[in-house]
Write a protein that binds this ligand. Structure first.
Ligand SMILES: *Cc1c(COP(=O)(O)O)cnc(C)c1O
Length: 378
């Protein structure tokens, strides 16, 4: 093993994959062992939903498997087009544009709209794809302290350059929400374009699951650029950016991660359309998820578990050192629970944690069993 890899092992930062033998669900089989899954982003249990599977089967019969090319060549099908129109409606934006992944959507927006003379401000705990997008754009990147609007305002004070502010809506490793009303005020005041990454809010928060901007009643005027993913609560794959006609047209011309990559298979777009219908028509999934979250937090407080300040389906337990988090995760696996230890560079040094995610498909008894195992293992 190379020195670099050995060093990662010694620091407790080595990453390895586990092999899943079943579909995504709250019960999975991993390397032959049955585990209760508490680390999936499939918050509404749609990754293996019968109606969505059926829609995808039918779409494969109609469209085949591959899209054949990029959207701008010959890969943009009626399935993609219809999904874009439905996502624009769903999020209350003029237009939506599909990307193959959320990672690529964020790279495309930042590098497509900002250049080396620009200024990008980001929350310190933003997702890696937003940070990487800013680096790719070659704009001047400054990170403000987590949720700290005062700091954001200070950094903007004397700016005269074209400027973008980007923030996660729900922070992916913390589960807390960005103060978007305040950030939107600041963006308007300083003439900055605002991008919100709603990877963990879309489908889960807001009216009919329309996301954090619906939850906080922020319009397209308040937040001009919204990124949402289709691989988490949607249970499928892919992502979209929603905004004004003008911004979306600009992305079609300028976002290189849109222009120079093969379109997602049309059947995936049809699967996401079916998923969108389930999200809108089955509010009980969100209600059940909320009940499970409340139940978990109340019980965890009584057990004095190191809960973080999150009201969402992401319920991390702060451990501290990377090795300690890894050991906890291994002990929990021996008890039949799958929870990932999240370590640097995903989170800051000394803030390694167990990232527990709850799905509407979990049973209260599974939470009880987890809480029991946690109180014995931590
Ligand atoms: C998962 C995630 C992404 C990336 O989305 P993919 O579709 O998985 O590439 C972007 N931003 C945030 C906040 C995420 O959690």
């Amino acid at each position: 093993m190379s020195e670099q890899l050995q060093r990662l092992k010694q620091q407790g930062l080595y990453r390895s994959r586990k092999v899943v033998e079943t579909a995504q669900a709250t019960q999975v089989i991993v390397d032959g062992q049955p585990l209760i899954n508490f680390c999936s982003n499939d918050y509404l249990g749609l990754a293996n939903h019968s109606l969505i599977i059926k829609a995808m089967h039918q779409a494969i019969d109609q469209f085949g498997v591959g899209s054949g090319s990029a959207h701008l060549i010959c890969g943009h099908s009626t399935a993609h087009h219809a999904l874009e129109e439905e996502l624009a409606d769903f999020t209350g934006r003029q237009r939506a544009l599909l990307f193959s992944t959320g990672y690529m959507a964020n790279l495309g927006v930042l590098a497509g709209l900002m250049g080396h003379s620009g200024f990008v401000l980001q929350d310190r705990l933003n997702h890696a794809s937003l940070l990487d997008g800013a680096l790719l754009s070659r704009a001047d990147l400054k990170r403000y302290r987590h949720l700290d609007c005062q700091h954001l305002q200070t950094l903007l004070a004397d700016n005269t350059r074209p400027c973008m502010i980007a923030s996660d809506g729900v922070f992916s490793m913390d589960g807390d929400l960005a103060p978007l009303q305040e950030i939107s005020h600041i963006a308007k005041q300083f003439d900055a374009l605002l991008l919100v990454d709603d990877a963990h809010g879309i489908g889960v928060l807001g009216k009919d699951g329309a996301g954090i901007l619906s939850h906080l009643q922020l319009s397209e005027d308040d937040v001009p650029l919204l990124m949402g993913t289709l691989g988490k609560a949607f249970g499928v794959f892919g992502a979209f950016v929603a905004g004004s006609d003008d911004l979306i047209e600009t992305l079609i011309q300028k976002a290189r991660t849109y222009m120079f990559t093969t379109a997602m298979p049309p059947a995936l777009a049809e699967a996401s359309r079916a998923s969108l219908r389930v999200i809108q028509q089955e509010p009980w999934r969100r209600d059940k998820l909320q009940s499970l979250i409340h139940y978990f937090r109340n019980a965890a407080k009584q057990l004095s578990l190191p809960l973080m300040d999150s009201q969402t389906a992401i319920q991390p337990l702060l451990i501290g050192e990377a090795k300690a988090a890894l050991t906890c995760s291994e002990i929990l696996q021996q008890h039949g629970f799958w929870i990932q230890a999240i370590r640097p560079p995903t989170v800051p040094q000394g803030q390694s944690r167990l990232r527990i995610t709850i799905s509407s498909e979990h049973k209260f008894e599974q939470l009880d069993a987890l809480l029991d195992a946690l109180s014995k293992s931590l």
